[in-house]
Design a protein around this ligand. Structure first.
Ligand SMILES: Cc1cc2nc3c(=O)[nH]c(=O)nc-3n(C[C@H](O)[C@H](O)[C@H](O)COP(=O)(O)OP(=O)(O)OC[C@H]3O[C@@H](n4cnc5c(N)ncnc54)[C@H](O)[C@@H]3O)c2cc1C
Length: 469
């Protein structure tokens, strides 16, 4: 009897869980090993939170883990709370439970010979084997694999460059608010500055306000833009919502922006909503992104990204209302400014800021600073031992704009020379380099399904699911 192919998936957040479930659903015998740093699967950065107030920022109807079964999540969620609708914004904790149940369901329906092993461990290296495949290296153990999938997910935010950056090593600084318990060091009555003004900042500001920190909470980012709110109804996907003429030349960011703005205004005049335009663009974004030169991509990151992010990554209506109340009452003070430096002064930290458009700097005094700038994708600077080992082996090719890792069209990782690997693959937010849209479930589930097809191809003429027992 021939040996079962072993596929090791490193990372058991959404992406790893979705790949494992898709592999089990292929109807092919295989040994799948899902490796995760912590206990329950599916509880990565996003869905590991225990707070009910931390909501999905995507309506339930768009959160199925299976691209071929759009209602899968809503059906499951309604077995827990029958009031949940496709347009509901449910807690991220509930979504973590869903991912665990997704895997159990896939295991129950898998063909004989297809089996999943869950391994709680940290992968430190992957060593290529002569003759193909690799060995995944752990402290004191090795696991042979025919294929390896990196589903490493979201890394801690990068520290903004500043004078006095040694402050980042002090206990007054929270470098990653998603590390469980990291906010517990902040005591009621303490004053806080949040770096960043995106979705993470919103979550953390609401959390800290509930913990009784001193108000106002300060938040600062280059443009001081806060995420727009989702509409109560889900965006309508229609051909009319897609800006016309995007396919033609010139492939420049300036032309795309003009065309999208013009079309969003026209769409609103016809009774539509700008959110429909953003939603319609989503499926086209990877293609538009891959057509841009590096110079144009850099232009987008410099000039357009802050605006794109707040329109694309929106807050659930309830959350947006809560933030609006904090802004109106003055409990949250948002500034457009750049951090220049930090200086400890009498038990506090003095933060020097340069407000946007100003020549003079200003100083504020706080007791704590929290980095809420969002996950880093700069693989060279992250300092993760596994990434560092793979970089040192020349198995990875970082994107020149620090957006992640370069891959071939089948998600095989490119090596330092630009050659696609035969056994090492990528899924998750580090795909941003090639796709731009690669952070949320609607895109990641499609990547996971496509990757499973590559890893366990069906013999010609066999449809998926045939031959199941
Ligand atoms: C706070 C937050 C909220 C979000 N909310 C939403 C939302 O509502 N809807 C949505 O669609 N998207 C949301 N996202 C986007 C999010 O990126 C994706 O939905 C999804 O969680 C990404 O999953 P992942 O598995 O790729 O990464 P992660 O969830 O980060 O999981 C990666 C896992 O790999 C493990 N790991 C890493 N390295 C190793 C190693 N060497 N060995 C073993 N294990 C390792 C990590 O411990 C982690 O468990 C959110 C993101 C964040 C940060």
């Amino acid at each position: 009897m021939s040996r079962l192919p072993t596929i090791v998936v490193i990372g058991g957040g959404f992406s790893g869980a979705a790949v494992a479930a898709q592999l089990l659903r292929r109807g092919r015998p295989a040994r799948i090993v899902l490796v995760n740093r912590f206990g329950p699967i599916g509880r990565g950065v996003a869905y590991g939170t225990a707070l009910e107030a931390h909501r999905l920022n995507v309506p339930a109807g768009a959160m199925s883990a299976l691209p071929d079964d759009a209602d899968h999540f809503v059906r499951w969620a309604r077995t827990r709370h029958d009031a949940i609708r496709p347009e509901s914004f449910v807690s991220r904790r509930l979504y973590g439970e869903y991912l665990e149940s997704l895997l159990r369901e896939a295991e129950q329906h898998a063909v004989r010979g297809a089996r999943l092993e869950r391994l709680v461990a940290v992968a430190r290296d992957v060593e290529p084997r002569v003759g193909g495949g690799a060995e995944v290296v752990f402290a004191g153990a090795r696991l042979p694999a025919d294929r390896v999938v990196l589903a490493l997910g979201n890394y801690s935010p990068a520290n903004p460059p500043a004078v006095g950056a040694e402050f980042y090593d002090s206990d007054r600084y929270v470098s990653d608010p998603w590390i469980r318990g990291s906010l517990d060091a902040i005591r009621p009555g303490e004053s806080v500055l949040l770096l960043g003004t995106g979705l993470t900042t919103i979550d953390i500001a609401l959390d800290l306000a509930a913990r009784g920190v001193r108000l106002p909470i300060f938040a600062v980012s280059r443009h001081g833009l806060l995420p727009r709110a989702h509409a109560i109804r889900s965006p309508r996907l229609s051909a009319e919502a897609l800006p016309p003429g995007l396919d033609g030349p010139p492939r420049t960011v300036a032309r795309y922006v003009r065309s999208i703005r013009r079309h969003a205004r026209a769409h609103a005049r016809e009774g539509g909503d700008w959110r429909d335009v953003v939603a319609a663009l989503r499926a086209r974004t990877p293609e538009l992104w891959s057509g841009l030169t590096q110079t144009e991509r850099a232009r987008f990151l410099r000039h357009v990204r802050p605006w794109w992010d707040v329109h694309r990554h929106r807050a659930p209506p309830e959350t947006a209302n809560a933030v609006e109340k904090m802004l109106v009452s003055g409990d949250l003070s948002v500034r457009a400014a750049r951090i220049l430096g930090y200086r400890p002064v009498a038990g506090e930290i003095e933060v020097t800021l340069r407000p946007r458009g100003a020549t003079e700097s200003v100083r504020i005094h706080v007791q704590r600073v929290v980095n809420a700038t969002g996950p880093s994708t700069d693989v060279r600077r992250i300092g993760d031992p596994l990434l560092d080992a793979l970089l040192a082996r020349g198995l990875l090719r970082p994107d020149p704009l620090a957006l992640g890792l370069e891959t071939a069209s089948d998600l095989a990782l490119l090596d330092a020379e630009g050659r696609p690997s035969r056994w090492l693959y990528l899924v998750g937010p580090l795909l941003k380099a090639g796709y731009w849209e690669a952070t949320a479930v609607p895109e990641l589930r499609a990547h996971a399904a496509r990757l499973a097809e590559t890893l366990l191809p069906l013999p010609p003429g066999e449809g998926r699911g045939e031959g199941r027992d």
